[in-house]
Write a protein that binds this ligand. Structure first.
Ligand code: ZN
Length: 310
């Protein structure tokens, strides 16, 4: 009985893997409504991600700055809970199982941050002088959370698989490797991507999508999305002397800022809903000073700033 059951479940699994490999599943990205076809399923991505995250965190040095570490966790959790509420209320409740959010600050001087599938987010200390406040950090974390929610890693992997193997060949390869091997190992071996999830290069369109979604996520959590302009201008200035890693694979500054401006009205609607602040408008965009955005968010969030703005 046991044997028969195992055999049947292996066949079912084989079919699932083959069907997935040849056709993929089409899903819709929240907020943007874009449809994409993924060849790698959530369980496979999460398994890969948690393996890599565990080994990364073993080698990384956690920040010794308790205040800044707390800031990263606090802003991150506030964003994550706003995003989860949105997903739950907008037909994506099943997606919630795919996220186990973690927010870490690590010792690294580069101005960078990354997110692994499933919501494992790592912020480098080097980006904090550029984010400065909770709002600035919310823009970075919103962007990273967006990569996870939009499943950009699975999308990139699917692209690579298609380019390297093509649908039909892949089905054959997966079938030949034997379904008794666990799906994760098969995927890791085939795609050879198990060690590069955090460093995966997203396409420019994925980056722009993450900017758009991240802006909306920050606004939903009650962070003034106007601050995105201030933050990206600061990034652009700092990149004139040396290119921050966070920028290297990202759209050009000018393009990015103009795209963000295009999505500001939408984000501000969410911001007003979240804060009940009817006064927030895009007109402050160009003149938003550090002081102005700081005081406006203080007013709306009711939280003080523990992170010094120098
Ligand atoms: Zn990105």
């Amino acid at each position: 009985m046991m044997k028969k059951k195992t055999f049947i479940s292996r066949i079912v699994m084989a079919l699932a893997v083959i069907i997935l490999a040849s056709c993929g599943t089409t899903s819709t990205v929240p907020i943007t409504g874009r449809k994409h076809k993924l060849l790698v399923d959530d369980a496979q991505m999460l398994s890969l991600s948690s393996q890599e995250y565990t080994s990364y965190m073993k080698s990384a040095k956690a920040s010794t700055d308790a205040t800044k570490t707390a800031q990263v966790k606090r802003v991150g959790q506030r964003l994550a809970s706003a995003v989860e509420t949105y997903l739950r209320n907008n037909g994506y409740a099943a997606e919630l199982n795919n996220f186990k959010w973690e927010f870490n600050l690590v010792q690294d001087k580069s101005a960078n941050a990354f997110c692994m599938p499933g919501g494992k987010i790592v912020v480098y200390e080097g980006i904090l002088p550029l984010t400065q406040t909770d709002e600035g950090l919310a823009i970075v974390l919103g962007h990273e959370i967006a990569h996870a929610v939009a499943k950009h890693s699975a999308e990139q992997m699917s692209k690579e698989v298609r380019a390297q193997y093509g649908g039909q060949i892949l089905s054959g390869v997966l079938a030949a490797t034997g379904v008794s091997a666990n799906a994760t190992n098969t995927v890791t071996t085939l795609y050879g991507l198990g060690s590069s999830l955090g460093q995966l290069h997203y396409s420019r369109s994925n980056e722009s999508e993450a900017d758009w979604m991240g802006l909306v996520f920050a606004a939903m959590a009650g962070y003034d999305p106007n601050y995105a302009i201030t933050f990206w201008q600061r990034m652009a200035q700092s990149s004139q002397s040396s290119t921050p890693a966070f920028l290297s694979s990202h759209p050009s500054d000018a393009q990015r800022i103009s795209d963000i401006q295009k999505h500001l009205p939408e984000a501000l609607q969410y911001y007003r809903q979240a804060t009940g602040n009817g006064a927030a408008t895009t007109t402050t965009t160009k003149t938003t000073s550090k002081k102005a955005s700081k005081s406006s968010s203080k007013k709306t969030s009711g939280k003080g700033y523990s992170f010094s703005t120098k």
